[in-house]
Design a protein around this ligand. Structure first.
Ligand code: ATP
Length: 870
């Protein structure tokens, strides 16, 4: 019984028995009440009582935060894988390994993980050394090719919109960057992409830039790893799109680009107007595609065509054919009856004339080819009218034939430009093939195309399983490795039934056998196919009358496209190969190529149907994981020994890991390999076969890391010694130079200091002197001021005394005057009295004493008078 506490992670299973829902991860949010609250990976809360909770499966620690390599997952089941992808996706970690297989979840947003720094970061690194990345796959294929001198291939699969084409472009970007020449050929290879996309991609409900064909790009390298050329193979272009589109879907991009990008004069010559005017472009009711700029794309396509050596005539002829197709689509048929026979006429004759003008064919022949059918019976040619519906079918088949051949011609032309003969015929040509092919399809209604696609996927799955399991198992048996035989899904029987056994489905369809709806148990599930239109799609033919029409055309390019058909008509006994047969032949060739290469696998996963970032639809992803055979892969990879080396290779590569192992040509390699493994891979699961050492992915990474460490150790020693010698020499030189510099510098510094000090002293002196003088001056001034003060005081005092005296004098005079005034009358009176007395006395004296005595009193009197006068 499990006791859960807060923060524990568990697997939450839908309790309904019939439920096929995959368990979802959840963590315990609340555990301290009577019940448990669990929050699942989608943020939903679930309340469980403790008894129910006790039956929950706890999550392995490796699943809690996710792992980079799913082989290391403890919970090795569908839910574990799904959750691992989910938690990584939520952190914008879109890549995850399963051994050396890369699972890439489409982020639907531009992540900053494809920069030039990232390219450099992944250069020459082993898988697993850095976090999973498409660049790691590209890098490993490149360096493995150079190291082992063997061709490599990268098989990129997934549903429409899962990111196959983007992954292919990223690998190309990486290879162009690491092969590092920035040559014209690299430019041409890269420029071929917009042309392929214009003619082979269209907007669908599931992907705005959906590749409607499969492709295998083989990039050729010189022995030194420089890109030398490339070759593209295309598979199964979806031609039905040319004549009808589902709602919200478009025809191939090139038509819309042509109509908005072509200058008016050229458009006039081709009698073209706007996209809304063409039946073949308007059935999906979607003329523009968000995020695409058709006008800008057209300029890019034209530029790319120039780079890829399309002549002006070629380009103009292509435009004519595209215009011809659009005008053909606008022909409207009407049912008529002629001589009691159901036949067909045209709603507007001028539309047919337009086609004959643009395709430069005979007008009458065109009318006949569109409405009549010529057959041979008993050596006689019989021309019979066709019904309206048949005429529409015949026209559509003709359009598909033109475009299909045009597409093949374009690919051939691209190959002519990008394919190079080997520069050095004696040297070795190496290649990396990139297979961007439609994934397994199972829709509500599955038709011939789905059967071909699923047949291709059966082949690839078989290749995958064979590569990963069967061949390994055989090799283990051959090498005498102990191997617990595990069950695996081998789809050889399905393949036999579809195409290998004498009475296979493709052969039956070729023989035009009629059978109703049938189902095939594919590796990814049971698919029912509806056989309506199967035979026609398989025959992929058009009325031979159109061949006669093409012969009348003045456009040599059109004739050239149908050259084989024109010559083939002469030999009526030879049936043209059916589409099924053609597809099988090209697929067989592809499988042979792949079988000759060392493969890498990239499984692209679409996280939601809305093309939105950060939305992860678990059911959708689980279905894709099932289709991609991921579970089987994980089991096989985990149980097996995916890495093996011959003893010689092993000794050459890892002998530095332990001491005393000589180079392989001087050693007993088997014994030496054992010694190395026993010393380095102690406790690891490895095995020794008759000729090879078998190890697992993680041991390989460990060995490589140890090798790196050992190499680094020796490199460091060599570097250390050399650097020691070099830097010592440099040091001595620098030291003597430093002494000279120091000397000069010190002299200079001291001199500057001295001058500074001298200036300082001078300043000090002058300051001091000025202080002394100031002091003296102050002292003298003080004295002088004191003297001045004394003098001024004296002067002021004298002045004051003088003033006071004057004042006193004035005062005394004033007082005197006042007093005089005051005493004047009495004085006058007194004087008069005195005078009177004196005169009285004189008279008396004169009377009494003679003249002498009389003189004295006279003097007295005068004095008294002066006194009074004053
Ligand atoms: N690594 C990526 N980074 C950012 N966006 C991506 C990435 N991979 C895919 N996409 C987005 O998803 C869209 C669909 O991808 P892509 O065309 O490669 O799908 P596909 O698997 O080739 O589909 P189809 O089979 O229909 O051609 C791209 O146009 C792009 O917007």
């Amino acid at each position: 019984m499990v006791v859960l506490t807060k923060g524990d992670h568990v697997w939450l299973q839908d309790p309904r028995k019939e439920s096929k829902l995959i368990p979802i991860g959840a963590y315990v949010a609340i555990a301290d009440s009577g019940r448990l609250q669990l929050r699942d990976d989608e943020g939903k809360d679930h309340w469980l009582d403790k008894e129910m909770a006790a039956s929950l499966r706890t999550m392995h620690i490796s699943s809690v935060n996710g792992v980079e390599d799913m082989i290391r997952l403890g919970d090795l089941h569908e839910a574990g894988i799904l959750r691992n992808l989910l938690v990584r996706y939520q952190d914008n970690l879109i890549y995850t390994y399963t051994g050396s297989i890369l699972v890439a979840v489409n982020p639907y947003q531009v992540l900053p993980i494809y920069t030039a720094e990232e390219v450099t970061g992944y250069k020459d690194r082993r898988i697993g050394e850095k976090s999973p990345h498409i660049f790691a796959i590209a890098d490993n294929s490149y360096y493995r090719m150079l190291r082992e001198k063997k061709n490599q291939c990268v098989i990129i699969s997934g549903e429409s919109g899962a990111g196959k084409t983007e992954s292919t472009k990223l690998i190309l970007q990486f290879l162009a960057a690491v092969s590092g020449q920035h040559s014209w050929i690299e430019q041409q290879i890269i420029e071929s992409n917009p042309i392929m996309e214009a003619f082979g991609n269209a907007k669908t409900i599931r992907n705005d830039n959906s590749s409607r064909f499969g492709k295998y790009i083989d990039i050729h390298f010189t022995e030194r790893g420089v890109i030398e050329g490339a070759k593209i193979d295309q598979y199964l272009l979806e031609k039905s799109r040319l004549v009808s589109q589902l709602p919200d879907e478009r025809n191939y991009h090139i038509f819309y680009c042509l109509l908005v990008g072509l200058p008016a004069a050229e458009k006039g010559k081709l009698e073209l107007t706007e996209a809304k005017d063409y039946y073949y472009l308007t059935q999906g009711d979607c003329l523009e595609c968000e995020g695409r700029a058709d006008k800008r794309d057209f300029a890019e396509i034209r530029g790319a065509m120039k780079v890829l050596t399309f002549s002006d005539e070629n380009i103009w002829d292509i435009y004519k054919l595209l215009a011809g197709i659009l005008h053909l689509g606008n022909i409207q048929f009407v049912a008529v009856e002629r001589r009691n026979l159901e036949s067909t006429g045209f709603a507007q004759e001028d539309q047919v004339s337009k086609v004959s003008r643009v395709l430069e064919v005979n007008h009458k022949n065109l009318c006949d080819a569109l409405t009549n059918k010529t057959t041979m019976a008993h050596g006689e040619t019989i021309v019979s009218p066709v019904s309206k519906d048949k005429a529409v079918d015949m026209r559509d088949a003709f359009v598909k034939a033109i475009y299909g051949r045009l597409f093949i011609w374009i690919v051939t032309k691209l190959n002519e430009a990008t394919y190079r003969e080997q520069e050095d015929p004696k040297g070795m040509r190496l290649g990396i093939g990139l297979l961007d092919i439609f994934g397994f399809e199972n829709f509500g209604k599955n038709s011939f195309e789905q059967m071909c696609i699923n047949y291709a996927n059966e082949n690839l799955q078989q290749f995958f399983v064979r590569h990963i399991f069967k061949l390994e198992q055989e090799e283990y048996d051959r090498e005498g490795i102990k191997w617990d035989h595990i069950q695996f899904v081998d789809n050889q029987e399905t393949l036999d039934m579809i195409a290998m056994k004498p009475l296979n489905i493709i052969a039956l369809v070729d023989e035009e056998a009629r059978f109703p709806k049938f189902g095939i148990q594919h590796f990814a599930g049971l698919v029912y196919y509806e056989t309506d239109g199967f035979l026609d799609k398989n025959r992929d033919t058009f009325s031979p009358d159109f061949i006669g029409l093409i012969k009348t055309s003045k456009i040599q390019f059109l004739k050239m496209l149908f050259e084989k058909d024109i010559t083939g008509v002469k030999d009526t006994r030879k049936k043209p190969p059916t589409l099924g047969k053609q597809f099988k032949t090209s697929l067989d060739a592809l499988m042979n190529t792949l079988n000759a290469c060392q493969p890498f696998f990239v499984r692209c996963i679409k996280p939601n149907e809305y093309k939105k970032p950060n939305v992860f639809d678990r059911e959708l992803v689980a279905r894709q994981l099932r289709y991609s055979g991921m579970m089987e892969t994980i089991r096989i990879r985990r149980n097996g020994y995916p890495i093996r080396h011959t003893f010689k290779e092993f000794v050459d590569r890892y002998r530095m890991l332990i001491g005393g192992v000589k180079p392989s040509h001087l050693e007993d390699c088997k014994a030496a390999s054992t010694r190395i493994c026993e010393a380095v891979l102690k406790g690891y699961d490895w095995q020794q076969g008759h000729h090879k050492i078998f190890i697992k992915d993680e041991q390989d990474v460990f060995l490589e890391q140890e090798r790196d460490k050992a190499l680094t150790k020796w490199c460091v020693l060599i570097q250390k010694t050399f650097r020691g010698w070099f830097y010592r020499k440099k040091f001595l030189q620098m030291r003597s130079a430093a002494i000279v510099i120091q000397m000069t510098w010190r002299k200079c510094v001291q001199r500057v200091r001295f001058v500074k000090m001298k200036r300082g002293y001078l300043r000090l002196q002058s300051v001091l002197r000025s202080r002394i003088l100031t002091y003296k001056f102050q002292f003298m001034r003080h004295k002088i001021m004191a003297l001045q003060a004394v003098c001024r005081g004296h002067l002021v005092r004298m002045e004051t005394v003088h003033r006071i005296r004057s004042v006193i004098k004035i005062q005394s005079l004033a007082r005197m005057m006042i007093v005089r005034k005051k005493y004047k009358e009495p004085l006058k009176l007194h004087r008069r009295k005195l005078k009177t007395e004196v005169s009285d006395k004189r008279e008396r004296d004169e009377e009494n004493d003679g003249s002498k005595q009389a003189a004295e009193p006279g003097e007295l009197l005068r004095q008294a008078e002066r006194f009074f006068d004053r």
